[in-house]
Write a protein that binds this ligand. Sequence first.
Ligand SMILES: NC(=O)c1ccc[n+]([C@@H]2O[C@H](COP(=O)([O-])OP(=O)(O)OC[C@H]3O[C@@H](n4cnc5c(N)ncnc54)[C@H](O)[C@@H]3O)[C@@H](O)[C@H]2O)c1
Length: 565
Amino acid sequence: MAPVSLAVIGAGQRGTGYARWARRHPDRASVVAVAEPRQVRRARFAAEHGIGAGNAVADWRQLADRGRLADAVLICTQDRLHAEPAEAFAALGYHILLEKPMAPDEAACRRIVAATEEAGVMLAVGHVMRYTPYTRAVKEIVEGGQLGDIMSVQHLEPVGFWHQAHAYVRGNWRRADLAASMLMAKSCHDLDWLQYILGRAPLRVSSFGRLTHFTAANRPAGAADRCVDCSVEASCPYSAPRLYRDLLERGEHRWPLSVVIEDFSPGALDEALRHGPYGRCVYACDNDVVDHQVVALEFPGATAATFTMTAFTKPARRSTRLFGTRAELAGDGETIRVYDFLTRAERLITTAPAGAMNAAEGHGGGDAGLMDAFTGAVATGHPELIMSGPRESLASHLSVFAAERARLNGTVETIPPYAGLDPERTAVTAPGTARRPPVQDAMASPMRCTRRALVRPGAPGGLPATITASRATSRPPPPAPGSARDWTSRGRGCTRSSLDGSWPAPSPVAWWRPPQDGRPVLRQRKPGPVRDNHLDHPAQIVMAVFPRACPAASWRMAWGTSASG
Ligand SMILES: NC(=O)c1ccc[n+]([C@@H]2O[C@H](COP(=O)([O-])OP(=O)(O)OC[C@H]3O[C@@H](n4cnc5c(N)ncnc54)[C@H](O)[C@@H]3O)[C@@H](O)[C@H]2O)c1
């Protein structure tokens, strides 16, 4: 499989990080072009990736003007510079990895979804939390039914005192009109993660929160506009010199220090503290985003969730408690404890995150997981490898917009089902854009799960050309002997490639868990070794390509011969 060629738009923190994944995996991806206005960053990036001067330009429009230079583009500009390049590169046929948030307003998010669907290109949004080993483990427990029905959820994002001061008081995300709301900038990850774990989008939200502490009203007596001139700096927890000088002394030449200086020297840091935005007193900035916020969400099935984002914590990982009818799960981003109500025993699962859950260390393996999935999807033409596709990302962005409206207006906001999009519509990988389009199906999104058709022209063994699946509107009838549902309860699935040599490898590994309480559960894994291979029915091929984000709802499977969904 040839490596995927990539163009990078914005050689800042995120663009540099994703591109380094490509350098570490030259068999999977190579960076062939970059657009970055800052000369120092552009030159450093081009040298690191061996990009010639012709393909290292100052503005994304210069790359777009030259047509399609690469298989895919990584759009890593700031929040308000996402929609325009996403639409332009989609129209050129690039597959797109787009940093979150998709855009700071709903109309632009919808335009991005429409542009990628119309162009038939893949879109992966930077919801890196979906791609960590920890998330995979939580998701498997939830889908495995061990918790029973999840009735309540508690989720905390402990932003941390210095991180808040760095990014959301002094830094790039301090003002909603320059970037996005705090909830969108920081916690779109959290609302997205809850939706992913629960397998469904929320119906209603309310929210409370304010900017309370980081204001002029709380400025201590004797404080100066800059920490380096301040007589009370030593007693201030938010001192900029203490944070950044400590990092420089420890040789931590990465985020967040790399945001403040390009040249890691005491002189450059002194200059930045004296004149740059990161040396300002936290009580004398032009910030307006909240420093604490609570969101209450109601999901289908009467699941009620609360989410808390707060600046006022020590450095810590996000934590979650899922309260089910059979067990309680508590997770902290690394370890998961499941207390079973029947046995009264607690199971401890320790996942091995690749680095801490922060930007400097790749979000616990999430950054690498996203690149792995995205490049794999582009290389094989399998959009279902992407867990943060356009529609599920739009759905979670809509919950953020609704929560922010609720906070500002003091209302309870309703979110339209299926993000107001046509649930019947299926995006199809356009002929010629994927290298090896395997099936006429791109059902990577739970929003598209209600009905779909998988077409396998020329399938061997006299197989039906199409199998349709539709969500049962009521409890399914008892299975007829020999029906698809009857078949599916026989055991576990295996890889597609093991059944049909023409399917590209690696292919997703999936297995079918026999229904519990009458409800089938579909699960899918990333490419990997075949775990079970004892089903002999070819329909398991189809089972393997169902999206992993399908909710554990009732499904009817039926054989058919029509290509219509
Ligand atoms: N997925 C995550 O967990 C995560 C974490 C942090 C940030 N982000 C998001 O990633 C995006 C980038 O964040 P960052 O911290 O890398 O920002 P950054 O400021 O470090 O990088 C953005 C880069 O874009 C460049 N740029 C500006 N205009 C451009 C143009 N016209 N053409 C090409 N490049 C241009 C800037 O010069 C800058 O180098 C933001 O939207 C941010 O919210 C996501």
